[in-house]
Design a protein around this ligand. Structure first.
Ligand SMILES: [Zn+2]
Length: 217
């Protein structure tokens, strides 16, 4: 069984999105999950989409497509040093003092956004890997610094969350992690991320210092 409509495809190792494909496009598209060829359909009735050929056994679902897309989106944003990709923390998941300070200035505040590049700078990210084994786990995206002393794991939550064992493993091994739900914007390809879990209190405390300085000056 496979779903017939997929919003993303690979083309020359790049992710391609429906809004970027026109009817009659002759490029070769392939499925990010199984690598088989996909065809592009833009009819009168159904919205444009990619589809497997009828004999395909691929189990790519909309959820696994989004999961795949989000991982590569993160890795690509880090490589391109894209300041615009944001992680939105619920205010009640922030370290206590930071949360109370934010609320002092805006009592209705519910979110606090951090750019992916703020994380990259803080963790001195040098290298990015998608789905690479680390001990017994395979983080969706794993970053490390030049000396392989500091690690930052990104976990995309679409249909399921990280197990408690995995989170415990990250804590025991001093690996920073952030788990989030990808949110697709109206253009069909821009993502932002709503944080569901993290162990980034040390990083967030440095944000607190930045916040305080901005009020003092
Ligand atoms: Zn497939």
């Amino acid at each position: 069984m496979h779903v017939s409509s997929i919003p993303y495809a690979l083309c020359d190792e790049e992710m391609v999105h429906i809004p970027d494909v026109r009817k009659g496009d002759r490029r070769l598209f392939s499925c990010p999950e199984c690598g088989e060829g996909l065809f592009f359909k833009a009819g009168e009735i159904r919205i444009p989409h990619f589809s497997h050929y009828p004999e395909s056994m691929c189990s790519m679902s909309l959820e696994s497509a989004l999961h795949y897309y989000a991982k590569h989106y993160i890795a690509s944003a880090i490589k391109k040093r894209d300041e615009n990709v944001q992680f939105k923390f619920q205010v009640d998941t922030l370290p206590d003092l930071f949360r109370r300070s934010l609320l002092l200035f805006d009592t209705n505040r519910s979110e606090y956004a951090v750019s992916i590049m703020d994380l990259v700078r803080y963790f001195e990210v040098y290298n990015v890997n998608v789905e690479k084994m680390f001990d017994i786990y395979k983080p969706d995206v794993l970053c490390n610094d030049y000396d392989l002393n500091r690690f930052l794991a990104f976990e995309v939550a679409v249909t399921h969350y990280s197990t408690e064992e995995k989170i415990a493993f990250y804590l025991e091994n001093d690996i920073a992690y952030i788990e989030f739900v990808p949110v697709v914007h109206e253009d069909g390809k821009t993502l932002s991320f709503t944080v569901e879990a993290h162990n980034l209190d040390e990083f967030l405390k440095t944000r607190f210092d930045i916040l305080i300085k901005s009020f003092v000056h």
